[in-house]
Design a protein around this ligand. Structure first.
Ligand code: FES
Length: 95
């Protein structure tokens, strides 16, 4: 299944195969999101999911702990390095 990712900051949309990590997608389409550690440590990949939160694989406990620290009270925040894209999403940088 092909899904679309709209990067609101750049006003660009890319189409990719579903169920891929956002890190892999961004490695193949550089320039949208910076990843520091890729392992829930640095927070450089903090994004806001404008649309399609239900189309990302659920937040796991370790990610939630860092999200609670970096973006308290913001339910649409995710760490880009932990996102698996299952359907259409619209995202923007939160840093
Ligand atoms: S790249 Fe460091 S937390 Fe995502």
């Amino acid at each position: 299944m092909i899904v679309s990712i709209h990067f609101e900051d750049d006003q660009k949309t890319i189409k990719v195969e579903a169920n891929q990590r956002l890190t892999k997608i961004c490695d193949e389409h550089p320039g949208f999101i910076l990843f520091g550690c890729r392992n829930i440590a640095c927070g450089t990949c903090l994004i806001e999911v404008v649309n399609g939160m239900e189309n990302l694989a659920p937040v796991m406990e370790e990610e939630q702990i860092l999200l609670d620290f970096l973006a308290p009270g913001k339910p649409n925040a995710r760490l880009g390095c932990q996102c698996v894209v299952e359907g259409d999403i619209c995202i923007k940088l939160a840093n």
